[in-house]
Write a protein that binds this ligand. Structure first.
Ligand code: HEM
Length: 373
């Protein structure tokens, strides 16, 4: 398939039909010079424009340099196609400080997330100054891209944490079939999608009138590494599993309905006089109607980071969601889930990230974050 275009009004990797593989990285900036940071963003942009088109990271490539110099590409993607690679950058709140003279540019929507009930965040795998989301159909291509950005950033940034993901847990286009998460349920049925043009304008893309003109055409991403206690889940009855989500496992249909895309009817009652979709079911609590019409564009991935030494898989969902303003979207939804969701018995949030993803790069003369500097 053709590579996704790198240049455009919005960054690729947001409404782009979700690819199957993820390598997400968060960097800390180690230089305190603004000029170094800008230069790095320019170098990264040039490399990203090449990598996403299936080319090597640098103009010489993995084997085109004089033998005494280190190559400007690491080589493990030689011979592989672009594989649908997208690279999406975001800036964390910690970047907006006096090191770079950016104190006044921090968007109001990039407000620190509140502490949510039940979360057990590990600081070493949370936050960071700059994130890059690499998505591709081939994990080798996604990892190659992140590795080369880290290589280019040597001396200016260091990797704070990174996460691999497989098996997208969302559809972001109606042309895609809904995939399944590691609990075995279809995930992404009621997601914001590429085709929802009006909702994307209202709920996904930041606008100049939101207060930070430099973010116009950008979006805010929240990441949450959510560990699943799959061993406990696997001993839960099918009926219980379906009640927790409010959808059936086979089709993904709302309980009481037949087909996946049948509309949710929260008033409909079953033979026992109780609503088919229980008051504490995940889809009821997360639905826009329960959260001031807040929508999210979810773009998460499954992860299995081996096992935990205690005989359990270190598995779960690396949740990624894009939106126009997390204060009005992710925060209220997650507050309601953290308080009431029956799913909480089987999950634990262990990392968190929040980043402002700037608008797209217009052309070869433009660079990631130019409107901020
Ligand atoms: C819907 C799974 C965490 C927000 C769903 C659905 C499933 C699911 C199976 C139904 C299908 C669909 O419409 O996509 C999970 C799992 C989670 C998780 C396994 C954790 C491991 C979260 C979190 C949020 C969230 C942290 C946001 C704070 C939503 C939303 C919907 C949804 C907005 C759509 C509700 C609707 O409009 O019908 N989730 N989810 N989920 N989830 Fe989650």
């Amino acid at each position: 398939s053709d590579p996704f275009p790198f240049y455009g009004e919005h960054q690729a990797g947001i409404v782009t039909p979700a690819q199957d593989r993820l390598h997400f990285v968060s960097f800390d900036v180690t230089t305190d010079k603004r000029a170094d940071l800008v230069e790095l963003l320019q170098e990264w942009t040039a490399a990203a424009a090449r990598l996403t088109q299936g080319k090597e990271a640098g103009a010489f490539g993995a084997v085109g340099v004089p033998p005494e110099a280190p190559p400007d590409d690491t080589g493990e993607a030689l011979g592989l196609p672009a594989s649908g690679l997208t690279l999406t950058i975001g800036f964390g709140a910690s970047l907006f400080d006096k090191r770079f003279g950016l104190e006044g540019k921090r968007p109001a929507a990039l407000a620190d997330l509140p502490k949510f009930p039940g979360e057990q965040l590990i600081p070493e795998i949370s936050g960071g100054d700059i994130c890059v989301q690499a998505c591709a159909h081939d994990p080798q291509v996604a990892v190659h891209a992140i590795r080369n950005l880290a290589r280019i950033g040597f001396g200016k940034v260091s990797v704070r944490w990174s996460q691999l993901g497989f098996g997208r847990t969302s559809s972001t286009s109606r042309a895609q079939a809904t995939p399944r998460n590691l609990m075995g349920f279809k995930d992404g049925t009621n997601n914001l999608k590429l085709e929802d043009a009006d909702l994307l304008q209202q709920q996904l893309w930041a606008a100049a009138q939101d207060g930070s003109a430099w973010m116009a055409g950008g979006s805010y991403v929240v990441t949450r590494k959510i560990r699943m206690t799959v061993e406990t889940w696997d001993r839960t009855s099918l009926a219980e599993q379906e009640q927790i989500f409010g959808r059936n496992k086979g089709e993904g249909a709302p309980l009481g309905k037949k087909a996946e895309f049948d509309p949710l009817d929260f008033a409909a009652k079953g033979p026992d006089g109780q609503p088919y979709i229980k008051v504490d079911a995940h889809v009821r609590l997360a639905h826009p109607s329960a959260n001031g019409n807040a929508h999210l564009l979810r773009r998460g991935y499954n992860f299995v980071d081996g096992s935990d030494g205690l005989g359990r898989l270190d598995a779960g969902l690396f949740f990624i969601a894009y939106q126009r303003d997390p204060r009005k979207q992710f925060v209220p939804v997650q507050l309601s889930l953290a308080k009431n969701d029956q799913l909480n018995e089987y999950i634990k949030h262990v990392s968190s990230g929040l980043f402002a993803c700037p608008p797209g790069v217009r052309d070869a003369g433009d660079y990631w974050g130019r409107t901020l500097f």
